[in-house]
Design a protein around this ligand. Sequence first.
Ligand code: SF4
Length: 388
Amino acid sequence: MSKTLHHRACHLCEAICGLTLETTQAHDGSLAITSIKGDAQDSFSRGHICPKAVALQDIQNDPDRLHQPMLRVGSQWQPIPWEDAFALVAERLSGIQARHGQNAVAVYQGNPSVHNYGLMTHSNYFLGLLKTRNRFSATSVDQLPHHLTSHLMYGHGLLLPIPDIDHTDFMLILGGNPLASNGSIMTVPDVEKRLKAIQTRGGKVVVVDPRRSETAAIADQHLFVRPGGDAALLFGLLNTLFTENLTRTSHLPVEGLEAVRHAIAGFTAEAMSSQCAVPSEQIRQLARDFAAADKAVCYGRMGVSTQAFGTLCHWLVQLINLVTGNLDRVGGALCTTPAVDLVASTGGGHFNRWQSRVSGRPEYGGNCRCRPWLKKCSPPATGKSARW
Ligand code: SF4
């Protein structure tokens, strides 16, 4: 029996940890995974691994795992060749769309597919050919406010500044629980050690969350906020930064900041306190602490996205980083330089070109954003045909 080591990336979640897999080849040529470990030489994940990746061999070795396409014939399943399966899918998809219209086909993309680089780089071509407006994904469930904010502020929905967790002195987290998510929309394997490293080098981690999350439990400070009150808290922070002259000049070309200062003049910490259930003095002190840190970053995630003021929250998060000089700065919120640069190679996105069929919500980037927690879906006033 011969053993081989393979270096791979786990694509079960955004952390993309490096893995070292050991396979053993038996005398009959069959391969078996004999070990899965975190790759200590991966400079990003540094050997980190979680139980999900260890369990990958259970998926690989599952006796129920399909090794070829199956076709249901009556109540039976029959194996068919891949070529036949592709031909059948193409025929059925085009037949359904020819009979019932392009939107009769819907697409949902979950996390394992959007973290797979093959699907990430190529699925858009296929989906573009489908020309359906019924596209849903993990993105449309919980992160479209990030993309819409970047589209409106920076001109591209995928230009998402991420917290420079390894260099910051002050990390303010709203509506995020990186210890459970492994750092969603910041790609941070081994996030617990990285957060604790901020504290070890004398920095501070502050969590704003209506519940004592796992991340809040290890933070230096936890502020309980009224659910849905994050925008009010962020307004209070931004207003304090302006009125107490806690802002710092940015090297970035910025337009409209005076208009923002003017527009939020009434959103004082005192006025916002009753909206977010955080005492005004705590809001002001948080703004002072944030501004006093040499390098600070404000990060908002799912809890500030899946709510009535999701896009507003992310706009405020970006502004807080910007006015304190922490946008596009080491230790602040950094723009990324990925190997496959989707910002350079794709369009910037689009918004409200059409509205969803039932509740009349605007699309973003071809995704329909469902927000059933806001209100019961009701037919649009102008009738279905006007929406499609
Ligand atoms: S945290 Fe776990 S699931 Fe996520 S990439 Fe790393 S090993 Fe995979």
